[in-house]
Design a protein around this ligand. Structure first.
Ligand code: G
Ligand code: G
Ligand code: MN
Ligand code: NA
Length: 250
């Protein structure tokens, strides 16, 4: 209850901020994309999104918080593309946000008010989106793509999707869940190999997250993963640190 009351005022109290984690191209070894990750600092404590996003989803605050995240990440993307043209900004979209009937309208007006370029924005929707009615899901993905956005499936392999549903995916990329990367030396490899094969056939990019060791990166690259995200390369960082990191990476 205490957290919930505090969360309601987190935006106006300026307690929310974004951190950015780079994604590295296996082809060039350079950062080509980012993921915006939400943070909440309240009374000197940093509360992880795993703790407060479920609360925000329960009480409807996810709408305003989600809109704030989109706006901030759009602004960041616009700024970044002045100095690093082509850098992609990944933004997590909660299922509840995505489901909202006004979502596409809301995101369209935000885009125009910020004047960001949707081609450089990648909306990450978790695999739980498969729980939506299929026609609705595919229509929404298509609408967003027609607006110019890229759309990805996040945490792939952990949730609702059947093997058949992957075939209908009209997203631009699939992000393989960290749990498979963690088990790369055992059976995780089998799944990742299969996902890469299917993704290639469907013309989708493959991203691996949670990569912490060089051997994992080497193996994933060799297997055909396009982008790698993980502490091996970089942890989520603040905006000033990101700018410094990108300057040094060039
Ligand atoms: O940032 P961290 O690495 O701790 O993220 C933990 C979880 O919180 C991840 O699953 C991530 O997708 C989710 N998350 C982080 N930022 C956001 C956000 O802005 N919106 C939503 N819906 N989820 C987020
Ligand atoms: O949205 P998603 O679940 O993909 O969010 C990515 C989450 O994974 C974030 O919480 C981010 O901080 C975390 N993360 C990214 N790279 C690593 C990593 O190499 N190791 C671990 N343990 N977590 C990571
Ligand atoms: Mn994500
Ligand atoms: Na994920």
């Amino acid at each position: 209850v205490w957290l919930r009351n505090k969360l309601a005022r987190a935006i106006e109290h300026q307690e929310l901020f974004l951190m950015y984690q780079p994604l590295i191209s296996t082809k060039t070894g350079r950062p080509v994309s980012l993921e915006a990750l939400l943070r909440w600092r309240v009374d000197g404590n940093l509360i992880p999104p795993d703790e407060f996003i479920p609360i925000a989803e329960q009480n409807g605050l996810i709408k305003s918080i989600g809109a704030w995240v989109l706006q901030q990440a759009f602004i960041a993307s616009k700024k970044l593309n002045e100095t690093h043209p082509g850098m992609i900004m990944g933004i997590n979209v909660s299922l509840l946000q995505f489901q909202d009937e006004h979502f596409t309208q809301m995101i369209s007006s935000l885009l125009h008010s910020v004047d960001a370029q949707p081609e450089y924005i990648n909306l990450e929707i978790t695999e739980s989106a498969f729980s939506l009615e299929k026609h609705l899901l595919l229509t929404k993905i298509k609408q967003l793509q027609e607006m110019g956005f890229m759309v990805s499936i996040d945490d792939f392999g952990t949730g609702y999707s059947s093997l058949a549903s992957i075939l209908e995916l009209t997203t631009n990329a699939i992000k393989i869940d960290k749990s498979f990367v963690d088990n790369l030396d055992t059976k995780g490899e089998i799944i990742i190999e299969a996902v890469i094969q299917i993704a290639n056939r469907l013309g989708q990019h493959v991203v691996a997250e949670g990569v912490e060791y060089q051997w994992q990166a080497d193996t994933l690259k060799q297997m055909g993963v396009h982008l790698i995200q993980g502490y091996l390369y970089a942890k989520p960082m603040t905006w000033p640190n990101l700018l410094q990191y990108l300057d040094e990476a060039h």
